[in-house]
Design a protein around this ligand. Structure first.
Ligand SMILES: [Zn+2]
Length: 459
Protein backbone atom coordinates (compact mmCIF):
# COMPACT_ATOMS: atom_id res chain seq x y z
CA UNK A 1 0.00 0.00 0.00
CA UNK A 2 1.32 3.42 -0.86
CA UNK A 3 0.92 6.63 1.12
CA UNK A 4 -0.64 9.53 -0.75
CA UNK A 5 2.05 11.81 -2.15
CA UNK A 6 4.66 11.36 0.58
CA UNK A 7 7.38 12.92 -1.53
CA UNK A 8 5.31 16.01 -2.21
CA UNK A 9 4.32 16.25 1.45
CA UNK A 10 7.94 16.14 2.53
CA UNK A 11 8.79 19.04 0.28
CA UNK A 12 5.89 21.31 1.24
CA UNK A 13 6.65 24.27 3.48
CA UNK A 14 6.29 23.41 7.16
CA UNK A 15 3.22 25.60 7.69
CA UNK A 16 1.29 23.95 4.89
CA UNK A 17 2.33 20.50 6.03
CA UNK A 18 1.13 21.29 9.55
CA UNK A 19 -2.40 21.68 8.21
CA UNK A 20 -2.48 18.17 6.77
CA UNK A 21 -3.77 15.47 9.09
CA UNK A 22 -1.34 12.68 8.10
CA UNK A 23 1.83 14.67 8.56
CA UNK A 24 4.14 15.03 11.51
CA UNK A 25 6.02 18.24 12.10
CA UNK A 26 8.57 18.51 14.88
CA UNK A 27 9.95 21.35 16.87
CA UNK A 28 12.99 21.54 14.62
CA UNK A 29 10.85 21.29 11.47
CA UNK A 30 12.55 18.10 10.30
CA UNK A 31 9.64 15.92 9.30
CA UNK A 32 9.43 12.21 8.75
CA UNK A 33 7.16 11.31 5.90
CA UNK A 34 3.76 9.76 6.63
CA UNK A 35 4.21 6.05 5.90
CA UNK A 36 1.63 3.81 4.32
CA UNK A 37 -1.42 3.38 6.56
CA UNK A 38 -1.83 0.01 8.25
CA UNK A 39 -5.41 -1.18 8.21
CA UNK A 40 -5.47 -4.10 10.61
CA UNK A 41 -4.94 -4.15 14.34
CA UNK A 42 -2.04 -6.19 15.67
CA UNK A 43 -1.73 -7.45 19.22
CA UNK A 44 1.80 -8.14 20.46
CA UNK A 45 2.18 -10.40 23.48
CA UNK A 46 5.53 -9.48 25.03
CA UNK A 47 7.03 -11.81 27.63
CA UNK A 48 9.11 -8.90 28.88
CA UNK A 49 8.89 -5.25 27.91
CA UNK A 50 11.58 -2.59 27.84
CA UNK A 51 9.27 0.36 27.33
CA UNK A 52 12.05 2.86 27.92
CA UNK A 53 15.63 1.60 27.70
CA UNK A 54 17.60 2.74 30.74
CA UNK A 55 14.54 2.12 32.94
CA UNK A 56 14.00 -1.34 34.52
CA UNK A 57 12.89 -4.19 32.27
CA UNK A 58 9.21 -4.93 32.90
CA UNK A 59 7.29 -8.21 32.99
CA UNK A 60 4.71 -9.42 30.49
CA UNK A 61 2.78 -6.76 28.57
CA UNK A 62 0.23 -6.63 25.78
CA UNK A 63 0.58 -4.00 23.08
CA UNK A 64 -2.21 -3.09 20.70
CA UNK A 65 -0.87 -1.67 17.44
CA UNK A 66 -3.20 0.32 15.22
CA UNK A 67 -2.50 2.77 12.36
CA UNK A 68 1.23 2.25 12.84
CA UNK A 69 1.20 3.38 16.45
CA UNK A 70 0.95 1.95 19.93
CA UNK A 71 -2.77 2.31 20.67
CA UNK A 72 -2.76 0.50 24.04
CA UNK A 73 -0.16 -0.92 26.34
CA UNK A 74 -1.07 -2.86 29.46
CA UNK A 75 0.47 -5.35 31.89
CA UNK A 76 -0.20 -9.06 31.43
CA UNK A 77 -0.85 -11.19 28.35
CA UNK A 78 -4.31 -10.60 26.86
CA UNK A 79 -4.56 -12.44 23.51
CA UNK A 80 -8.28 -11.65 23.20
CA UNK A 81 -8.00 -7.96 23.95
CA UNK A 82 -9.04 -7.04 20.37
CA UNK A 83 -11.32 -9.60 18.71
CA UNK A 84 -10.25 -10.28 15.12
CA UNK A 85 -6.82 -8.75 15.54
CA UNK A 86 -3.64 -10.47 14.38
CA UNK A 87 -1.89 -11.80 17.49
CA UNK A 88 1.93 -12.03 17.57
CA UNK A 89 3.02 -14.31 20.38
CA UNK A 90 6.35 -13.10 21.73
CA UNK A 91 5.68 -14.35 25.24
CA UNK A 92 9.13 -15.99 25.21
CA UNK A 93 10.91 -12.81 24.13
CA UNK A 94 11.94 -9.33 25.26
CA UNK A 95 10.28 -6.52 23.31
CA UNK A 96 11.86 -3.07 23.07
CA UNK A 97 11.89 0.00 20.81
CA UNK A 98 13.61 -0.35 17.43
CA UNK A 99 17.27 0.64 17.34
CA UNK A 100 18.33 3.93 15.79
CA UNK A 101 21.75 4.66 14.27
CA UNK A 102 22.50 8.35 13.78
CA UNK A 103 25.81 8.05 11.97
CA UNK A 104 25.77 5.94 8.86
CA UNK A 105 26.82 6.30 5.24
CA UNK A 106 24.38 4.11 3.36
CA UNK A 107 25.82 4.89 -0.06
CA UNK A 108 29.53 4.79 0.73
CA UNK A 109 30.87 1.32 0.15
CA UNK A 110 34.60 0.81 -0.15
CA UNK A 111 34.12 -2.84 -1.11
CA UNK A 112 31.84 -2.63 -4.15
CA UNK A 113 32.94 -3.42 -7.67
CA UNK A 114 34.14 -0.51 -9.85
CA UNK A 115 30.99 -0.45 -12.02
CA UNK A 116 28.71 -0.01 -9.02
CA UNK A 117 31.09 2.53 -7.50
CA UNK A 118 30.79 4.73 -10.60
CA UNK A 119 27.05 4.43 -11.21
CA UNK A 120 24.37 6.29 -9.18
CA UNK A 121 21.70 3.79 -10.29
CA UNK A 122 23.77 0.75 -9.28
CA UNK A 123 24.77 2.44 -6.04
CA UNK A 124 21.12 3.16 -5.22
CA UNK A 125 20.29 -0.53 -5.67
CA UNK A 126 23.20 -1.56 -3.44
CA UNK A 127 22.03 0.97 -0.85
CA UNK A 128 18.48 -0.37 -1.05
CA UNK A 129 19.70 -3.94 -0.51
CA UNK A 130 21.69 -2.86 2.52
CA UNK A 131 18.74 -0.88 3.92
CA UNK A 132 16.66 -4.05 3.88
CA UNK A 133 19.32 -5.95 5.81
CA UNK A 134 19.58 -3.10 8.32
CA UNK A 135 15.86 -3.17 9.07
CA UNK A 136 15.93 -6.93 9.60
CA UNK A 137 18.80 -6.41 12.04
CA UNK A 138 16.50 -4.23 14.15
CA UNK A 139 17.57 -0.78 12.92
CA UNK A 140 14.28 1.04 12.33
CA UNK A 141 15.64 4.58 11.85
CA UNK A 142 18.93 5.78 10.38
CA UNK A 143 20.42 9.22 9.96
CA UNK A 144 22.69 9.24 6.93
CA UNK A 145 25.43 11.81 7.50
CA UNK A 146 27.02 12.09 4.13
CA UNK A 147 26.37 10.80 0.65
CA UNK A 148 27.83 13.05 -2.02
CA UNK A 149 26.19 11.09 -4.85
CA UNK A 150 22.70 11.84 -3.49
CA UNK A 151 21.36 8.31 -4.00
CA UNK A 152 20.28 8.06 -0.36
CA UNK A 153 17.51 10.57 -1.06
CA UNK A 154 16.04 8.20 -3.65
CA UNK A 155 16.26 5.21 -1.32
CA UNK A 156 14.76 7.22 1.53
CA UNK A 157 11.80 8.29 -0.59
CA UNK A 158 11.26 4.81 -2.02
CA UNK A 159 11.14 3.39 1.52
CA UNK A 160 8.71 6.13 2.58
CA UNK A 161 6.47 5.26 -0.39
CA UNK A 162 6.45 1.62 0.60
CA UNK A 163 8.33 0.53 -2.55
CA UNK A 164 11.27 -0.82 -0.54
CA UNK A 165 11.77 -2.35 2.87
CA UNK A 166 14.21 -0.44 5.05
CA UNK A 167 14.62 1.84 8.04
CA UNK A 168 13.17 5.33 7.89
CA UNK A 169 16.04 7.50 6.74
CA UNK A 170 16.94 11.06 7.58
CA UNK A 171 19.50 12.14 4.99
CA UNK A 172 22.12 14.88 4.99
CA UNK A 173 23.22 14.51 1.36
CA UNK A 174 26.44 16.23 0.36
CA UNK A 175 28.98 16.88 3.11
CA UNK A 176 29.49 20.61 3.64
CA UNK A 177 33.08 21.66 4.26
CA UNK A 178 35.82 23.93 2.96
CA UNK A 179 37.00 23.11 -0.55
CA UNK A 180 39.07 19.93 -0.28
CA UNK A 181 37.97 19.41 3.32
CA UNK A 182 37.14 16.01 4.80
CA UNK A 183 34.31 14.48 2.79
CA UNK A 184 34.11 17.45 0.40
CA UNK A 185 36.92 16.61 -1.98
CA UNK A 186 36.26 16.49 -5.73
CA UNK A 187 35.33 13.07 -7.08
CA UNK A 188 38.30 10.94 -8.01
CA UNK A 189 38.66 8.74 -11.11
CA UNK A 190 35.94 6.10 -11.30
CA UNK A 191 33.79 7.76 -8.62
CA UNK A 192 30.30 9.15 -9.15
CA UNK A 193 30.85 12.76 -10.18
CA UNK A 194 29.30 15.55 -8.11
CA UNK A 195 29.75 19.22 -7.24
CA UNK A 196 31.23 19.40 -3.71
CA UNK A 197 29.24 21.46 -1.19
CA UNK A 198 32.11 23.90 -0.87
CA UNK A 199 31.92 26.32 2.06
CA UNK A 200 34.58 28.99 1.53
CA UNK A 201 33.42 32.22 3.12
CA UNK A 202 30.04 32.81 4.68
CA UNK A 203 28.13 33.49 1.45
CA UNK A 204 29.18 30.23 -0.17
CA UNK A 205 28.45 28.36 3.07
CA UNK A 206 24.88 29.60 3.03
CA UNK A 207 24.61 28.62 -0.63
CA UNK A 208 25.97 25.11 -0.04
CA UNK A 209 23.51 24.55 2.81
CA UNK A 210 20.57 25.93 0.84
CA UNK A 211 21.42 23.84 -2.21
CA UNK A 212 21.46 20.74 -0.03
CA UNK A 213 18.07 21.64 1.41
CA UNK A 214 16.71 22.20 -2.08
CA UNK A 215 18.01 18.72 -3.00
CA UNK A 216 16.08 17.25 -0.06
CA UNK A 217 18.39 17.29 2.97
CA UNK A 218 16.77 16.60 6.34
CA UNK A 219 19.99 17.43 8.17
CA UNK A 220 23.17 19.34 7.35
CA UNK A 221 26.50 17.58 7.80
CA UNK A 222 29.46 19.86 8.35
CA UNK A 223 33.07 18.67 8.69
CA UNK A 224 34.94 21.09 10.94
CA UNK A 225 38.14 19.06 11.39
CA UNK A 226 40.14 16.53 9.40
CA UNK A 227 39.54 12.82 9.85
CA UNK A 228 40.84 10.92 12.85
CA UNK A 229 43.38 9.31 10.56
CA UNK A 230 44.86 12.64 9.43
CA UNK A 231 46.96 15.41 10.95
CA UNK A 232 43.87 17.66 10.81
CA UNK A 233 42.19 15.40 13.34
CA UNK A 234 44.95 15.63 15.98
CA UNK A 235 43.97 16.84 19.47
CA UNK A 236 45.59 20.27 19.09
CA UNK A 237 44.75 20.83 15.40
CA UNK A 238 43.11 24.13 14.48
CA UNK A 239 39.58 23.86 13.01
CA UNK A 240 39.51 23.13 9.30
CA UNK A 241 37.03 25.95 8.71
CA UNK A 242 36.87 29.59 9.77
CA UNK A 243 34.51 30.68 12.49
CA UNK A 244 32.33 32.75 10.14
CA UNK A 245 32.03 29.73 7.82
CA UNK A 246 30.79 27.41 10.54
CA UNK A 247 28.48 30.05 11.98
CA UNK A 248 26.91 30.99 8.66
CA UNK A 249 26.38 27.34 7.67
CA UNK A 250 24.65 26.61 10.98
CA UNK A 251 22.60 29.82 10.72
CA UNK A 252 21.42 28.98 7.18
CA UNK A 253 20.46 25.50 8.33
CA UNK A 254 18.65 26.86 11.37
CA UNK A 255 16.72 29.35 9.22
CA UNK A 256 15.37 26.42 7.21
CA UNK A 257 14.66 24.31 10.30
CA UNK A 258 17.48 21.84 9.66
CA UNK A 259 19.76 20.77 12.51
CA UNK A 260 23.50 20.38 12.00
CA UNK A 261 25.69 17.35 12.62
CA UNK A 262 29.31 18.48 12.93
CA UNK A 263 32.23 16.14 12.34
CA UNK A 264 35.00 17.23 14.72
CA UNK A 265 37.95 15.43 16.31
CA UNK A 266 40.23 18.22 17.58
CA UNK A 267 39.29 20.13 20.72
CA UNK A 268 39.15 23.50 18.97
CA UNK A 269 36.93 22.14 16.19
CA UNK A 270 34.54 20.52 18.67
CA UNK A 271 34.20 23.71 20.68
CA UNK A 272 33.75 25.91 17.61
CA UNK A 273 30.96 23.64 16.35
CA UNK A 274 29.27 23.62 19.76
CA UNK A 275 29.48 27.40 20.17
CA UNK A 276 28.00 27.80 16.68
CA UNK A 277 24.97 25.67 17.55
CA UNK A 278 25.59 22.20 16.08
CA UNK A 279 23.02 19.73 17.44
CA UNK A 280 25.31 16.70 17.35
CA UNK A 281 29.09 16.33 17.42
CA UNK A 282 30.29 13.38 15.34
CA UNK A 283 33.30 11.46 16.70
CA UNK A 284 34.27 14.28 19.13
CA UNK A 285 37.38 12.38 20.15
CA UNK A 286 39.26 15.11 22.00
CA UNK A 287 36.50 16.92 23.90
CA UNK A 288 37.71 18.77 27.01
CA UNK A 289 36.12 20.38 30.09
CA UNK A 290 35.06 23.42 28.06
CA UNK A 291 33.38 21.08 25.54
CA UNK A 292 31.49 19.32 28.35
CA UNK A 293 30.12 22.67 29.56
CA UNK A 294 29.13 23.60 25.99
CA UNK A 295 27.41 20.24 25.41
CA UNK A 296 25.31 20.80 28.51
CA UNK A 297 24.61 24.47 27.84
CA UNK A 298 23.42 23.87 24.26
CA UNK A 299 21.87 20.44 24.98
CA UNK A 300 23.98 19.02 22.15
CA UNK A 301 24.67 15.29 21.76
CA UNK A 302 27.91 13.40 21.27
CA UNK A 303 28.10 10.55 18.73
CA UNK A 304 31.47 8.94 19.54
CA UNK A 305 31.46 6.23 16.76
CA UNK A 306 33.56 3.71 18.70
CA UNK A 307 32.75 1.03 16.11
CA UNK A 308 34.77 2.67 13.34
CA UNK A 309 37.69 3.31 15.73
CA UNK A 310 37.57 -0.37 16.71
CA UNK A 311 37.60 -1.29 13.03
CA UNK A 312 40.62 0.93 12.32
CA UNK A 313 42.38 -0.52 15.38
CA UNK A 314 41.95 -3.99 13.92
CA UNK A 315 43.64 -2.94 10.67
CA UNK A 316 46.26 -0.41 11.77
CA UNK A 317 48.82 -1.13 9.08
CA UNK A 318 46.19 -0.79 6.36
CA UNK A 319 44.94 2.59 7.60
CA UNK A 320 48.26 4.17 8.63
CA UNK A 321 50.20 6.57 6.44
CA UNK A 322 49.04 8.19 3.24
CA UNK A 323 49.00 11.90 2.56
CA UNK A 324 48.73 13.79 5.88
CA UNK A 325 48.21 10.39 7.48
CA UNK A 326 49.39 9.26 10.90
CA UNK A 327 51.87 6.49 11.59
CA UNK A 328 50.60 3.21 13.07
CA UNK A 329 51.53 4.09 16.66
CA UNK A 330 49.95 7.53 16.43
CA UNK A 331 46.86 6.00 14.82
CA UNK A 332 46.62 3.41 17.59
CA UNK A 333 46.55 6.23 20.17
CA UNK A 334 43.65 7.84 18.28
CA UNK A 335 41.66 4.60 18.20
CA UNK A 336 42.17 4.18 21.94
CA UNK A 337 41.05 7.75 22.66
CA UNK A 338 38.02 7.30 20.40
CA UNK A 339 37.03 3.97 21.97
CA UNK A 340 37.29 5.51 25.44
CA UNK A 341 35.03 8.38 24.34
CA UNK A 342 31.61 6.97 25.30
CA UNK A 343 32.66 6.15 28.88
CA UNK A 344 34.48 9.46 29.31
CA UNK A 345 31.42 11.34 28.05
CA UNK A 346 29.08 9.32 30.26
CA UNK A 347 31.10 10.10 33.40
CA UNK A 348 31.15 13.80 32.47
CA UNK A 349 27.38 13.91 31.96
CA UNK A 350 27.52 14.67 28.21
CA UNK A 351 24.22 13.76 26.45
CA UNK A 352 24.95 10.61 24.46
CA UNK A 353 23.55 9.60 21.09
CA UNK A 354 24.89 6.58 19.19
CA UNK A 355 26.11 5.88 15.68
CA UNK A 356 28.65 3.63 14.04
CA UNK A 357 30.01 5.41 10.93
CA UNK A 358 28.89 2.16 9.31
CA UNK A 359 27.55 1.39 5.88
CA UNK A 360 27.37 -1.41 3.31
CA UNK A 361 31.00 -2.42 3.92
CA UNK A 362 29.99 -3.66 7.36
CA UNK A 363 27.54 -6.18 8.78
CA UNK A 364 24.24 -4.63 9.94
CA UNK A 365 25.11 -5.84 13.44
CA UNK A 366 27.50 -2.86 13.74
CA UNK A 367 24.95 -0.86 15.74
CA UNK A 368 24.59 -3.67 18.30
CA UNK A 369 28.38 -3.82 18.44
CA UNK A 370 28.52 -0.06 19.13
CA UNK A 371 26.22 -0.58 22.11
CA UNK A 372 28.58 -3.27 23.42
CA UNK A 373 31.57 -0.95 22.89
CA UNK A 374 29.83 1.77 24.95
CA UNK A 375 29.52 -0.76 27.76
CA UNK A 376 33.17 -1.81 27.39
CA UNK A 377 34.23 1.83 27.77
CA UNK A 378 32.28 2.21 31.02
CA UNK A 379 28.73 3.21 30.05
CA UNK A 380 26.24 1.04 32.01
CA UNK A 381 24.68 -1.29 29.44
CA UNK A 382 21.08 -0.06 29.97
CA UNK A 383 22.33 3.50 29.37
CA UNK A 384 24.15 2.39 26.21
CA UNK A 385 20.89 0.91 24.93
CA UNK A 386 19.17 4.13 25.97
CA UNK A 387 21.61 6.15 23.83
CA UNK A 388 20.66 3.99 20.80
CA UNK A 389 16.93 4.56 21.33
CA UNK A 390 15.85 7.42 23.61
CA UNK A 391 19.07 9.42 23.18
CA UNK A 392 19.04 9.11 19.41
CA UNK A 393 15.34 9.94 19.12
CA UNK A 394 15.86 13.03 21.27
CA UNK A 395 18.97 14.04 19.31
CA UNK A 396 16.93 13.77 16.09
CA UNK A 397 14.19 15.97 17.56
CA UNK A 398 11.82 12.97 17.35
CA UNK A 399 11.67 12.08 21.04
CA UNK A 400 7.89 12.43 21.11
CA UNK A 401 7.56 9.84 18.30
CA UNK A 402 10.40 7.36 18.52
CA UNK A 403 12.83 5.70 20.92
CA UNK A 404 10.30 4.60 23.56
CA UNK A 405 7.21 2.39 23.61
CA UNK A 406 4.34 4.47 24.91
CA UNK A 407 0.75 5.02 23.87
CA UNK A 408 0.73 7.19 20.76
CA UNK A 409 4.34 6.46 19.81
CA UNK A 410 5.25 4.94 16.45
CA UNK A 411 5.09 1.16 16.56
CA UNK A 412 8.79 0.60 15.87
CA UNK A 413 9.64 -2.43 17.94
CA UNK A 414 11.97 -5.37 18.03
CA UNK A 415 11.96 -8.66 19.90
CA UNK A 416 15.03 -10.54 21.11
CA UNK A 417 15.60 -13.79 23.00
CA UNK A 418 16.87 -12.34 26.30
CA UNK A 419 17.32 -9.09 28.22
CA UNK A 420 19.65 -6.79 26.26
CA UNK A 421 19.94 -4.57 29.34
CA UNK A 422 21.90 -7.45 30.90
CA UNK A 423 23.66 -8.88 27.83
CA UNK A 424 24.16 -6.86 24.64
CA UNK A 425 24.73 -9.99 22.56
CA UNK A 426 20.96 -10.61 22.50
CA UNK A 427 20.78 -7.68 20.04
CA UNK A 428 22.67 -9.75 17.46
CA UNK A 429 19.62 -11.90 16.67
CA UNK A 430 16.14 -10.50 16.04
CA UNK A 431 13.01 -12.56 16.71
CA UNK A 432 10.80 -9.88 15.17
CA UNK A 433 11.17 -6.43 13.67
CA UNK A 434 8.23 -4.07 13.24
CA UNK A 435 8.42 -0.60 11.73
CA UNK A 436 5.41 1.70 11.93
CA UNK A 437 3.18 -1.30 12.57
CA UNK A 438 4.49 -3.26 9.57
CA UNK A 439 6.18 -6.56 10.41
CA UNK A 440 9.49 -6.68 8.54
CA UNK A 441 10.34 -10.18 9.79
CA UNK A 442 9.09 -12.70 12.30
CA UNK A 443 11.36 -15.51 13.63
CA UNK A 444 13.53 -15.69 10.47
CA UNK A 445 15.06 -12.22 10.58
CA UNK A 446 18.63 -13.23 9.78
CA UNK A 447 19.47 -12.38 6.21
CA UNK A 448 23.05 -12.72 5.04
CA UNK A 449 24.42 -10.58 2.23
CA UNK A 450 23.34 -11.84 -1.17
CA UNK A 451 25.65 -14.32 -2.84
CA UNK A 452 27.11 -12.95 -6.03
CA UNK A 453 26.26 -14.96 -9.13
CA UNK A 454 28.99 -13.27 -11.13
CA UNK A 455 31.46 -15.70 -12.69
CA UNK A 456 34.52 -13.99 -11.20
CA UNK A 457 34.62 -12.65 -7.65
CA UNK A 458 34.91 -8.86 -7.78
CA UNK A 459 35.49 -8.22 -4.08
ZN1 LIG B 1 31.01 9.46 9.00
Amino acid sequence: MKAPLPFALRRLPALLVAALPLSIVHANAVSIAPPAPVAETTVVLAGHLIAEPGEPTLGAHTLVIRDGRVARLQPGLEPNIEPGARVIDLSDAHVLPGLIDVHMHLAIDSDVDPVTFASPARMALATAAYARRLLRAGITTVRDVGDNSGVTYAVRDAIDRGDLQGPRILAAGRIVSRSGGHGAKRAGPGEIDYAPAACDGSESCRRAVRENIEDGADWIKLTVSGSGREAGGQPQAAPDMFEDEVESAVAAARQAGRPVAAHAHSTAAINLALRSGARTIEHGTYFDDASVALFKKHRAYLVPTAFVADHVASKLSMFAGGRDGRGPEDLRRWTEAAKAGPGRAWRAGVPLALGTDGGPSFEPSATAREIALYAESGVPLPQALRAATVGNADALGLGAELGRLRTGYRADLIAVAGDPQRDASYLQGMRMVMKHGHIACLRDCAEPAAESSAPAPSK
